[in-house]
Design a protein around this ligand. Structure first.
Ligand code: NAP
Length: 494
């Protein structure tokens, strides 16, 4: 345990919580003396009983004696459960040096009660004479965190407020914005002392926890699932590098509408949208740009500062098209202003979200669009919207009306873990001058490898991702994107 306490200091903690209930053979005087005295950080001593979600199921008197001993030996904070707090605080009255602060805590592993119930709970905790109030509830929905923020904002005494579990993550990070006395971080992933706890390293390095304050603007990526997203790495690093007072969070959202109505304050300013919420996001916008409207999905939402209205955009297509245009310009060495896609035959495989973005983008740039899709009806529907031609995947195998065609794969065929799959045979690839793949895991898909071997220029899916990140960064901050840094962060994280 002392080794871990030292590690807590190394990783950047300010205080270390010593969970006595996790010690296997605990000899109170000897162990507490050793741990409290040797700790390089201020100590918070907790001895959580099973009836409050901890590990200790022994004698109550001995448990409280150990906490009193910790005070005597110089612990900086003691956590004691609301149920026993009045009696405990009474027992130490006038017997402490005055240095120790008593945290009176209440844990709810079922849900997050109403704002009124939470208010009453805070009042009950305060009435015990607690120095610090601690409330930990369970988030069943991301909107539950809002009630914790409300408690933190209105509390008159130092308060720790946390909504546990995956859907409560933002409460642990935005605690710094709403004035929580502290937040908890684990030493390593997978060894958290409560559900949903991030690591100290993530709090400090990924979320720039020490830079978060009352004026920090909140951004994030709305999706379900969302844990795998690389976007927080990218935007938080980019915000920090230009000194922008913003945070970017993974937002595990069940209902977009509930999320937006709950977090409607001017500080919640910008979102990226991913699967499965791009269509729902569009339905929640006050204003939608024409391309997003035509595609039927948004990938980015901004709260307009002047009137708080929610503006929806689809920047996926900007990212992909810009990447393809760059590839074409680099290959023919031109820098002319017109789009090198104009007049080209542009074949899009897939008719889902990315397929629509690419097909509309191609049309915007004056290309002649062909849509091929497994479900032919969807190809037909999309092709008719962009004034193009539809075909089956089998027909695409022998499609060769002219040379110099451009191919964009927007299906997930060839994506990790099925990296040996490919949407089009190598033989058919020889007819294309440029091949783009929206997939970015792996970076070099079988399709791209075989296209390269066939002599085509290849454009990676990472370029689409990176280009749309530049655009979103500029929409979020109003500042030019730190392009090199964003590239570096993406390379480091994929
Ligand atoms: P989506 O809306 O679910 O569409 C999936 C498309 O793939 C549909 O056209 C579907 O055909 C087709 N498809 C799926 N499995 C197939 C199979 N076994 N054989 C043939 N076709 C198949 O998904 P999405 O959002 O467009 O995403 C598609 C891909 O693009 C993903 O790999 C995603 O990671 C990537 N993407 C990349 C970026 C980037 O920034 N690089 C951005 C967005 C998406 P049916 O219509 O027949 O089902």
């Amino acid at each position: 345990m002392l080794g871990q306490i030292r590690k807590a200091k190394e990783v950047g903690g300010d205080v270390v919580e010593i969970r006595l209930d996790y010690l296997k053979n605990f000899s109170p005087r000897q162990d507490l003396q050793f741990l409290v005295k040797q700790s390089p950080l201020p100590t918070l001593v907790t001895y959580r009983p099973t009836w409050e979600g901890g590990q200790y199921d022994g004698d109550e008197g001995k448990r409280l004696d150990a906490l009193r001993l910790a005070i005597e030996l110089g612990a900086d904070y003691i956590d004691v459960e609301l149920q026993v707090a009045p009696e405990f605080i009474n027992s130490i009255q006038g017997k402490t040096s005055g240095k120790v602060k008593i945290i009176v805590s209440s844990h709810n592993y079922q849900n997050t009660p109403s704002a009124e119930e939470l208010g009453n709970l805070v009042a009950r905790i305060q009435a015990t004479g607690a120095d610090i109030v601690k409330i930990a509830t369970t988030a069943l929905d991301i909107t539950d965190c809002a009630r914790i923020f409300q408690v933190l904002t209105h509390s008159q005494v130092p308060t720790i407020g946390i909504a546990m579990a995956e859907r409560g993550l933002i409460s642990r990070i935005l605690s710094a914005k709403f004035g929580s006395y502290l937040t908890f971080g684990s030493l390593e992933a997978g060894v958290a002392s409560a559900p949903g706890q991030p690591t100290v390293k993530d709090l400090l390095d990924l979320y720039n926890f020490r830079q978060i304050g009352p004026d920090t603007k909140v951004h994030g990526v709305i999706g379900k699932p969302i844990g795998h997203s690389k976007s927080p790495h990218l935007y938080n690093a980019a915000f920090k590098s230009v000194g922008f007072n913003g945070i970017y969070l993974p937002l595990l959202v069940d209902s977009v509408k509930n999320f937006l109505t709950t977090y409607s304050s001017p500080d919640f300013v910008g979102y990226s949208y991913t699967i499965p919420h791009k269509e729902d996001g569009l339905r929640c916008c006050d204003e939608i740009d024409p391309i997003a409207q035509a595609i039927g999905a948004i990938s980015c939402m901004i709260r307009r500062p002047t009137d708080g209205k929610l503006m929806g955009y689809n920047v996926d297509y900007l990212g992909a098209i810009a990447a393809i245009e760059e590839g074409l310009r680099a290959s023919n060495g031109t820098t002319n202003v017109g789009s090198p896609l104009a007049g080209k035959l542009f074949v899009v495989i897939g008719a889902g979200g990315a397929g629509k973005a690419l097909a509309y983008g191609g049309k915007e740039k004056g290309a002649r669009v062909v849509v091929a899709n497994r479900t032919f009806e969807k190809a037909q529907e999309l092709a008719s919207k962009v004034g193009g031609e539809a075909m089956t995947l089998a027909e695409l195998e022998n499609f060769h009306p002219e040379d110099g065609m451009i191919l964009a794969n927007t299906t997930s065929v060839g994506m990790k873990p099925n990296i040996d799959n490919t949407p089009l045979s190598k033989k058919a690839l020889s007819r294309y001058s440029l091949v783009f793949d929206a997939i970015y895991t792996p970076k070099l898909t079988r399709l791209l490898r075989e296209a390269q071997e066939s002599g085509a220029i290849i454009v990676y899916g990472t370029e689409m991702f990176i280009n749309q990140a530049f655009v979103q960064f500029e929409r979020f901050t109003g500042l030019p994107a730190p392009k090199e840094l964003i590239r570096e962060v993406l390379v480091r994280n994929t």
